[in-house]
Design a protein around this ligand. Structure first.
Ligand code: FAD
Ligand code: FMN
Length: 602
C-alpha cells in the first residue's frame, strides 16, 4: 500500500520550503517568481496536480490584482452535501482578490425577485437524484420555469455545475439553470462549466477560467487550490492524509451472503476533524490481475511509458493508480467509441435503456471484450477518467473515538458478462489491505446530513445494511452530548443470526433507554419484510414523533430502499392525518425544506 504513486499527494515539506522562499520577497520579485515557477511547472499544472497553496498562492495572487470592478457579482449556490458551497466560496474569494465585490448567497436564502436588480450572476449548483436539483435548489429551479423570474435581458451570467460523470444525467441541474437563464434573456458568458468528482483538484483552473469571464485578472495569476485549513503538516494541501488502518472486522456471521466490514482508521497527528454526518473518502488502487488482463487484451507491454497528468510512468502503473477501470462513464464510452474496430457501439449510445444496462457494472475489460478496441496506450490513458476516491459515511463520532474514524463498508462483488467483478475500493479493503498498512484518505463534509442543533428534538433513523454507518456516529454523539431527545432506529438486513450489524452496541443503547429499535430481516421468513414495512406498522407512534418535531434520516441504498421508505412515510402521514396522498407528499416535502427530512443515499 505505501508504494502509492498518485500525483495528487505532494509532500507537505515542499509547501513549507516554498512559503519560506517567498516570505521576504517584494511584489515584483513575487510576480517574477510566480512566472518562473509556472514555467518550470512547479506552481501550476494543467490538471491541477501539484498546485500551490498557502502563502505562495496568496502572495502571488495579491500581487496580480486587476483594477476594481464597477459591478457586484452575485454568487448563488445550491448544494446538498456542501461541495457547491466550497466551490462558490472559492470563486467568491477569487473574485474579491480581483477587486470584484461579491454577494455569496445560498439558493434557499435568495428571493427570485432579486434577479431583476442583479446584473452579474454566477450560479454554482450540483445535481442529485436522477438528474434532479438538490433540495436547496428545488424552488428556484422550479420558479425559473415560470413567469416570476421576469425578463433578464440585463443579466450576464455563468454556471458551474457539479456532478459525477458516472451518472447518465451528468450535471443536468447546472445545464438546466444555464438554459433557463438564457431563455429568460440572460447573456451567457460561455457554456456551463461541468465539474466531475475530481473538482477539488481542478479548482485552481476553474477559478481562473470562471472569473476571467467576468473580470480578467491583471497579471499572471498562479493556479490556486483550496486554502489549506488548520491541519498538520502531514496533510496535503488538498486535505489528503496517509492514515494507518487500525482494524478491519468482518461484521457478518459465518454463512451470511453479505460481506460487510467495520474498518477503523487512525487520524492521529493529522489534525483532521469531522462531524457526525460527514464522509471519509478513500483513494483506492485497482487490482493488479485486472490491470494485467487489460494490458494483455490491448496488446501493450507492461513497461510501455505513457504520460499521465504530465508525469511519465508505465501504463501498468497508470492503470493501477491513476485511472478508473472498474466503472465506465458515458463521457469515457463516447471517447473510446472513436477507437472501436468491431461491434455496433452506436446501438448502445443511441438507446438510453441499453446504455444504462451496459454501463451498470461493466468494466474496461468488458468494454473491450464486447467491442474490439484498437487504441494506443497513451490514447487509452487520455480517454479514461481519473480514478476518483470513494466516499464512506463515517460510523463514529470524535466525542467517542477521538483521533480515529470508523467506517462500515460492504464489499462489492458481482458477476457480469460471465466474469467475477470486484469493486475497486471496497474489495481493496476487504482483500488487499492489512491492518497496520496505510491508505490515503480525506474528510468530506456533508452539511446536508446533520443532527438537529436542538438536542431535545427526537430523531428517527432509517439505516438498513451499511446505511447504519452514520447512525452509529449519531448515537455516539447523542450519548456524549447527553442529548435529551429520543432516538428511534429502523435497521434491516437479510438474517437476524448473521447480519444484525453492531447488534451488541445497539442493544446496549436500548437497554440504557437511549434507543428505540425496530428491525426487519428480509429473509428470515417466507415473505420479504423490509424497513418500510416496519415503518408502516408503527404509523401511529411515528406520526406522534413527527408532530413532536422529530427529524427523519435515511441512509443507504438510493435506488430501491430510499424510494420505498419515503413512500412509506408519505403513506403514514396520509393515513394518520386523514389526508390524501398528494397532500401528504406536500407535507413531507415541507419537512424536507425545513431540514427535518435528510438523506445520505448512494
Ligand atoms: C456519500 C456516500 C456515502 C457512502 N457511504 C457508504 C458506506 O457507508 N458504506 C458503503 O459500503 N458504501 C458507501 N458508499 C458507496 C461507496 O462510495 C462506493 O460506491 C462503493 O463502496 C463501491 O465502490 P468500489 O470502488 O468498491 O466499487 P467500484 O469499483 O466503484 O464498482 C462499483 C460498480 O459496480 C456496479 N455494481 C455493484 N453491484 C453490482 C451488481 N450486483 N451488478 C452489476 N453491477 C454492480 C455499480 O453500478 C458500480 O458501477 C457511499 C457513497 C456515497 C456517495
Ligand atoms: C444520491 C446521489 C445522486 C446523484 N445524482 C447525480 C446525477 O444524477 N448527476 C450528476 O451529475 N451527479 C449526481 N450526483 C453527484 C453529485 O452531484 C456530486 O457528488 C456533487 O459533487 C455534490 O455536490 P453538493 O455537495 O454541492 O451537493 C449524485 C450524488 C448522490 C449522492
Amino acid at each position: 500500500m505505501s508504494s502509492q504513486t498518485n500525483n495528487d499527494i505532494v509532500p507537505q515539506v515542499l509547501w513549507g520550503k516554498a512559503n519560506e522562499l517567498v516570505k521576504d520577497l517584494n511584489r515584483d520579485q513575487i510576480l517574477w517568481l510566480g512566472g518562473y515557477l509556472s514555467g518550470v511547472g512547479l506552481a501550476s499544472s494543467a490538471n491541477g496536480n501539484g498546485s500551490a497553496n498557502g502563502h505562495v498562492v496568496e502572495a502571488v495572487a495579491n500581487a496580480s490584482q486587476a483594477a476594481p470592478a464597477d459591478f457586484k457579482l452575485t454568487v448563488l449556490y445550491g448544494t446538498h452535501s456542501g461541495n457547491s458551497k466550497i466551490v462558490a466560496e472559492a470563486l467568491s474569494a477569487e473574485a474579491n482578490e480581483r477587486g470584484v465585490e461579491t454577494e455569496l448567497v445560498s439558493m434557499p436564502d435568495f428571493k427570485i425577485k432579486k434577479l431583476k436588480s442583479t446584473t452579474h450572476l454566477l450560479v454554482v449548483v450540483s445535481t442529485h437524484g436522477k438528474g434532479e436539483p438538490p433540495v436547496a435548489a428545488e424552488e428556484i429551479h422550479r420558479l425559473l420555469e415560470g413567469k416570476r423570474a421576469g425578463k433578464l435581458d440585463h443579466l450576464k451570467y455563468a454556471v458551474v455545475g457539479l456532478g459525477d460523470s458516472s451518472y447518465l444525467d451528468f450535471c443536468q441541474t447546472g445545464i438546466d439553470f444555464h438554459e433557463r437563464l438564457k431563455a429568460l434573456g440572460g447573456e451567457a458568458l460561455g457554456e456551463p462549466t461541468l465539474l466531475d468528482v475530481d473538482f477539488k483538484d481542478n479548482l485552481a483552473e476553474v477559478k481562473k477560467a470562471t472569473l476571467d469571464l467576468f473580470h480578467p485578472a491583471g497579471g499572471s495569476a498562479v493556479a490556486q487550490v483550496e486554502a489549506s485549513t488548520e491541519v498538520s503538516a502531514n496533510v496535503s494541501p488538498n486535505g489528503i492524509y496517509e492514515a494507518e488502518v487500525l482494524d478491519i472486522i468482518q461484521l457478518n456471521g459465518r454463512g451470511s451472503d453479505k460481506e460487510t466490514y467495520h474498518v477503523e482508521i487512525s487520524l492521529e497527528d493529522s489534525g483532521l476533524t469531522y462531524k457526525p454526518g460527514d464522509a471519509l473518502e478513500i483513494f483506492a488502487h485497482n487490482e493488479e490481475p485486472l490491470v494485467d488482463s487489460i494490458i494483455e487484451k490491448f496488446g501493450y507491454s507492461k513497461d510501455e511509458i505513457v504520460v499521465v497528468d504530465g508525469v511519465e510512468k508505465t501504463v501498468r502503473e497508470a492503470l493501477i493508480f491513476n485511472r478508473e477501470i472498474t466503472v465506465i462513464t458515458l463521457p469515457v464510452l463516447k471517447k473510446l467509441a472513436a477507437f472501436v474496430q468491431e461491434g455496433d457501439i452506436n446501438k448502445i449510445l443511441d438507446n438510453r435503456d441499453e446504455l444504462e444496462g451496459f454501463l451498470e457494472g461493466s468494466d474496461l475489460l468488458d468494454l473491450t471484450n464486447t467491442f474490439k478496441l484498437s487504441v494506443t496506450a497513451q490514447d487509452l490513458i487520455n480517454s479514461l477518467r481519473k480514478l476518483p476516491p470513494r466516499a464512506y459515511s463515517i460510523a463514529s463520532a470524535q466525542s467517542e473515538v477521538d483521533e480515529e474514524v470508523h467506517l462500515t463498508i460492504g464489499a462489492v462483488r458481482y458477476s457480469k458478462h460471465d466474469r467475477d467483478h470486484n469493486g475497486a475500493c471496497s474489495v481493496m479493503l476487504a482483500d488487499r489491505v492489512e491492518v497496520g498498512e496505510k491508505i490515503f484518505v480525506r474528510v468530506s463534509n456533508n452539511d446536508g446530513f446533520r443532527l438537529p442543533e436542538d438536542t431535545s428534538k427526537p430523531i428517527i433513523m432509517v439505516g438498513p445494511g451499511t446505511g447504519i454507518a452514520p447512525f452509529r456516529s449519531f448515537l455516539q454523539e447523542r450519548e456524549a452530548s447527553d442529548a435529551e431527545g429520543k432516538n428511534w432506529l429502523f435497521f434491516g438486513d437479510q438474517h437476524f443470526e448473521t447480519d444484525f450489524l453492531y447488534q451488541a452496541e445497539l442493544l446496549k443503547y436500548r437497554s440504557k433507554g437511549q434507543l428505540k429499535i425496530d428491525v426487519a430481516f428480509s429473509r428470515d421468513q417466507e415473505e420479504k419484510i423490509y424497513v418500510q414495512h416496519r415503518i408502516k406498522e408503527k404509523a401511529q407512534e411515528l406520526y406522534q414523533w413527527i408532530n413532536e418535531g422529530a427529524y427523519i434520516y435515511i441512509c443507504g441504498d438510493r435506488k430501491r430502499m430510499a424510494v420505498d421508505v419515503k413512500q412509506a412515510f408519505v403513506e403514514v402521514i396520509s393515513e394518520q392525518a386523514g389526508i390524501s396522498l398528494e397532500d401528504a407528499e406536500t407535507k413531507f416535502s415541507a419537512l424536507r425544506q425545513e431540514g427535518r427530512f435528510q438523506e445520505d443515499v448512494y
